[in-house]
Design a protein around this ligand. Structure first.
Ligand code: AKG
Length: 411
């Protein structure tokens, strides 16, 4: 066995306890391992490290230094996102999101944290911010595309394919790490490539100003401040999410449990973890989604995360200046084939975990890293499609309001 390619490191910022005081709570960077999957050596070692990261953190940085997805393809995808969001509003609205989860997500349409949010996330105001691409068939989108990016269809299809291949590779490594052969299946799935644009603080300040103007009809807008979240606390629906971010555009935070008193705290996730500064692009941040957590009886961890404005006084990756610019990110939400039954993954480790949880809780369901209950392991769904539909209904309240048709969404 060689260890020259299978590198797992913990972000040193976490170990050095670099902290920011916010509301009296000490915040440190999330301790997320970096795993290099670019080597050809002992895949079992890499697979074990990947599963350990998925069990402990639910998040892992995947460093493949351009081998799995060329840095140029990532740069081009971000350039395409800028072009798309600059397109005229009517173009994007003509592709409004549908119940198949494809298309353009308009103002206040998606509420990521339905219990705690009054209105949709800031990424939905004051202008539309998200575009979901579903699967391509023979390089062709199976949904309307805004004319501005119609000629870029081959590029989007290629990026989708890169992401899909990387997801399959990670799935396969997880399978190896769980001691279970990976059984690839083919067919339509809910997999989505999503381009995201979050408005800068200045745009929100203008919206707030508008809201306080007596003649304004925009009474719903909340006052904008750096305390606002850019995207509410949520976990992802699918099996794996690949997240691409831009250096200098921080904001992602994961919920962690403080070892000191067990309290929950939000920990920033640096875009460029230590040791990867010279890579051609930041490592891909990968997280376990609810479906895979469910599928593994809660062994793999689906972790709450959110996006905030950069914190004043944060580390070098947390410059407040970044809040003055729009923030772009790209997420690839990988889902299994829709008809696939989500019976527990036949892995000895999954079985042992489920049995341990069962005896600990007296049959009350699976627990997470710190022994707390994992709701995604307790849900009763049958197939990947049913799992997705359950989550879409909770997130797209307007779209699934049976008294409204999809074309009547706010933008
Ligand atoms: O933009 C980000 O950094 C995170 C995006 C995200 O969590 C999501 O779209 O589910």
């Amino acid at each position: 066995m060689s260890d020259s390619y299978a590198h797992t490191t913990t972000v040193p910022g976490a170990a050095s306890m670099e902290t920011t005081q916010t509301s009296g709570q000490a915040i440190q960077d999330a301790a997320i391992p970096v795993i290099d999957i670019s080597g050809d050596g002992d895949q079992e070692q890499v697979a074990r490290e990947l599963v350990d990261a998925a069990v402990r953190h639910g998040f892992v940085y995947i460093r493949s230094t351009g081998k799995d997805i060329p840095a140029q393809a990532i740069d081009d995808a971000f350039a395409l996102a800028r072009k798309l969001f600059k397109a005229p509003l009517e173009e994007k609205q003509s592709c409004n999101i549908q119940k198949n989860n494809r298309g353009y997500s308009g103002m206040h349409v998606e509420t990521l944290d339905p219990k705690n949010q009054r209105i949709g996330d800031l990424k939905e105001k004051p202008t539309p911010r998200a575009f979901n691409f579903g699967e391509f068939v023979n390089g062709k989108a199976q949904q309307p595309l805004p004319p501005t990016i119609a000629s870029d269809e081959p590029q989007i299809a290629e990026f989708f394919a890169y992401c899909h291949r990387l997801s399959l590779k990670l799935n396969s490594l997880l399978g190896i790490g769980l001691g279970q052969a990976h059984l690839p299946s083919r067919g339509p799935s809910g997999t989505i490539l999503r381009l995201l644009r979050y408005p800068p603080l200045s745009a929100l300040a203008a919206a707030a100003q508008d809201a306080t103007t007596p003649s304004s009809s925009n009474k719903q807008a909340a006052p904008a401040s750096a305390a606002d979240v850019r995207a509410g606390a949520h976990s992802d629906y699918g099996s794996l999410t690949l997240l691409f971010r831009l250096a200098g555009q921080p904001g992602l935070e994961v919920q962690q449990i403080l070892p000191t008193d067990g309290a929950r705290a939000w920990a920033p996730v640096p875009v460029v973890p230590a040791g990867t500064e010279s890579d051609p692009s930041p490592p891909v941040l990968v997280n376990i989604g609810d479906l895979l957590s469910y599928w593994t009886g809660g062994l793999l961890r689906s972790t709450l995360h959110r996006v905030v404005f950069p914190r004043p006084g944060g580390g070098p990756d947390q410059q407040e200046k970044a809040g003055e610019e729009p923030r772009y990110s790209i997420a690839f939400f990988c889902h299994p084939v829709g008809t696939f039954p989500l019976e527990p993954v036949p892995s000895e480790r999954v079985r042992a975990f489920a049995a341990a949880q069962q005896s600990e809780s007296g049959g009350g369901g699976a627990g997470g890293e710190e022994g707390e209950s994992n709701p995604y392991a307790e849900r009763k769904v049958l197939t990947a499609d049913e799992h997705l539909q359950m989550r879409l209904r909770a997130s797209y309240l307007d779209l699934y309001d049976d008294n409204k048709d999809a074309g009547g969404q706010k933008a």
